[in-house]
Design a protein around this ligand. Structure first.
Ligand code: GDP
Ligand code: MG
Length: 163
């Protein structure tokens, strides 16, 4: 079985955009027993010859990303349980939010590799702005633009290295 990589973060940071960029093919939903798994999208990807399953979390229940904080926490806890590696996406355009800090707090307790992806780093100014996310205490930042693809190769290099 290939490793499971979960993409988590608050709404609108670009999780689904990143997921769609990374997947090679969609997978049938593996476990439709609990309602929870229905609001997640699964896909397969590979990088440097290593295959992995990707889960995009959040925002599928009511067809909107306007979900409650409690729901995000549930998604993060589920990801911590079932994933081997977690990609935590934040958004440099909005900057650091309280919700990001709450998610980070949950993730710091997880004994799994966490990759902090600072998304929407579309230009050089935003590279500079991204440093504020060091304060989340999750180590290295992977500055990416899910729209133009910059930085995603470096993120994937590090990610598959951890598998
Ligand atoms: P999700 O709620 O975390 O799944 O976020 P989405 O993937 O739905 O993206 C939310 C919004 O951010 C959409 O309008 C995307 O087009 C936009 N977005 C996603 N990635 C980027 C990026 O790298 N740069 C910019 N400028 N916008 C992005
Ligand atoms: Mg989404």
């Amino acid at each position: 079985m290939s490793a499971i990589v979960a993409i988590v973060g608050r709404p609108n940071v670009g999780k689904s955009t990143l997921f769609n960029r990374l997947i090679k093919r969609r997978e049938a939903i593996v476990d439709a027993v609990s309602g929870v798994t229905r609001d997640r999208h699964y896909g397969k990807s590979d990088w440097n010859g290593k295959e992995f399953s990707l889960i995009d979390t959040g925002g599928y229940v009511v067809g909107s990303d306007d979900i409650f904080e409690k729901e995000i926490d549930k998604q993060v806890e589920l990801a911590i349980d079932e994933a081997d590696v977690i990609v935590f996406v934040v958004d440099v355009e909005t900057g650091l939010t309280g919700m990001d800090e709450d998610v980070a707090q949950l993730l710091r307790q997880a004994k799994k590799p966490i990759f902090l992806a600072v998304n929407k780093v579309d230009n050089a100014q935003r590279q500079a702005d991204a440093v504020e996310f060091y304060s989340l205490g999750l180590g290295e930042l992977y500055n990416i633009s899910s729209i133009n693809g910059s930085g995603t190769g470096e993120l994937l290099d590090a990610l598959v290295e951890s598998l």
